[in-house]
Design a protein around this ligand. Structure first.
Ligand code: ATP
Ligand code: MG
Length: 452
């Protein structure tokens, strides 16, 4: 299994093409070799003119160019790529890191900048990040479910941080641990990492650690050979093998049983598995992503989770913020789900009144995005009018009526106040008021009559 370190020799299923432009032959050869060692396909040339000719002939994913070269400057290339080649990224490298150069570069649209001298590691990390970002952008345009970046909606600062971590994780083969409350989008993030990386052409296999019965753990994870046990009529591949070359997503890892934890640890450490009924070890090449809504360090303290396994899976840690900490993302998500579920309606989707949105923003969302999605779906599909009002919301989100906290009044007086407040909140619509109060219209009329 290629977890825990960057993929070194594994050829990417769909290798990216890079063009290196530098008038110094030795410098461009070093870059070319270092990138070719990482599995990229690299062409190199010594001038802007040659680069333009090459770009006209072949598509490249990334152009890496020196800034100062005789005749035409690297900035010419930046301008050309930015205006004529929207699907190509460009990164400037320069031995003259001046403010003017950097400012010029930014103005022409080069977002990527690497100052010489740089190490092999700095180069490779920069290039991998750019390629991952490019893949993500292409997916966002082509992918079936991609509505925002990776199909994950979020403009808030904590979510921007998550997106940066996804990019970074996508560029490596390191094991990732995604931590977040229920419904925060852990599975969505796991898929985004898979599709942002070089393994996107290979399978993404999702395994819920709580869903495997104790006696089937080994056979489900590692597979079995024919006749290994009663009922093993044919040999079967396990999840590790199915994810070969791709990503294995271990969901709810905090709830894995002790036996399962032990078996996972061994497979991760040895990067090999044993099928049930076979003594032959099988090497597996997978990238591992784990997710949990549990506090693993706390489980470790209580002796419920293995510390050695924790250190194996917690190489890159992506904490997902709860929805209540994402500010205005809530409004973006409401719109997103409203549009999505509105499409099924066959009529314009109802809008949300300002007061309704305020109620939604004030709520604490224990079930996070999933809870919001379910609610918006229900509201949109069941709406009778064109606009969703606070009274359409379920009881937990319904307006809390401001009744005076007086203890010297009769139940009937309280009831009268309560009924008046509900009526006012629905614009005196008696049908709606009755629905909220949980009584029928006739009973409501009777009560109103008695109260005058
Ligand atoms: N930022 C987001 N943008 C759009 N949709 C989202 C976002 N976050 C979550 N969702 C949607 O919310 C639902 C729950 O997401 P997901 O299943 O990934 O959460 P989870 O953290 O794995 O939940 P659980 O802990 O319950 O397994 C999914 O339908 C997902 O598409
Ligand atoms: Mg999940």
């Amino acid at each position: 299994m290629a977890a825990d370190r960057p993929a070194e020799t594994a050829p990417a299923p769909d290798r990216s093409r890079i063009l290196v432009v530098d008038d110094a032959a030795d410098a461009r050869e070093v870059i070319q070799t270092q990138l070719e060692d990482r599995g990229f396909r690299v062409a190199a040339c010594g001038s802007v003119e040659e680069a333009l000719a090459l770009l006209a002939a072949t598509p490249f994913d990334l152009v890496i160019t020196d800034l100062r070269m005789p005749r035409a400057s690297g900035l010419e290339l930046v301008r050309h790529v930015r205006t004529a080649l929207p699907d190509t990224e460009i990164m400037i490298i320069t031995g003259y890191p001046t403010i003017e150069g950097a400012v010029e570069a930014v103005k022409t649209g080069a977002e990527h900048y690497l100052a010489k001298p740089f190490t092999e590691r700095e180069l490779v990390e920069a290039v991998e990040a750019i390629i991952a970002k490019l893949a993500r952008r292409r997916l966002a345009h082509a992918g079936p479910a991609a509505d925002g970046a990776h199909g994950i909606i979020g403009a808030s600062e904590p979510m921007q941080r998550v997106f940066r971590l996804i990019d970074r994780a996508g560029g490596t083969a390191a094991t990732v641990l995604i931590e977040g409350e229920s419904g925060t989008g852990k599975e969505l993030v796991a898929r985004a990492i898979h599709y942002a990386g070089e393994r996107r052409g290979a399978p993404f296999v999702s395994v819920n650690c709580t869903a495997i019965p104790e006696h089937l753990i080994e056979s489900e994870l590692f597979g079995h050979i024919q006749g290994a046990f009663t009922g093993a009529v044919a040999s079967r591949r396990g999840f590790f093998e199915m994810a070969g070359g791709g990503t294995l997503f271990l969901d709810e890892i905090g709830d894995a049983s002790p036996a399962m934890q032990a078996k996972l640890l061994r497979a991760i450490q040895e990067k090999t598995i044993h099928k049930v009924g076979s003594s032959r070890p099988v090497r597996v090449d997978i990238r591992l992503i784990c997710a949990t809504n549990k506090d693993l360090p706390q489980l470790i303290d209580r002796g419920l989770f293995r510390e050695d396994l924790y250190y194996r899976i917690n190489v890159i840690d992506i904490p997902l913020p709860p929805l209540r900490e994402r500010g205005d993302d809530l409004l973006l998500l409401v719109n997103h789900f409203r549009a999505r579920y509105g499409r099924d309606l066959g009529r314009p989707a109802p809008s949300f009144s300002d007061e309704t949105l305020r109620r939604l923003a004030a709520y604490h969302w224990p079930g996070n995005v999933r809870e919001l999605e379910n609610l918006v779906q229900r509201l949109v599909l069941l709406a009778e009018g064109e606009r969703i009002e606070p009274t359409d919301l379920p009881a937990t989100l319904r307006p809390a009526l401001d009744l005076p906290r007086r203890l010297d009044r009769s139940l009937a007086e309280h009831e009268a106040d309560y009924i008046r407040a509900v009526l006012a909140s629905v614009g005196n619509n008696k049908t709606r008021a009755a629905a909220i109060l949980g009584i029928d219209r006739k009973t409501l009329r009777d009560k109103l009559g008695r109260q005058g």
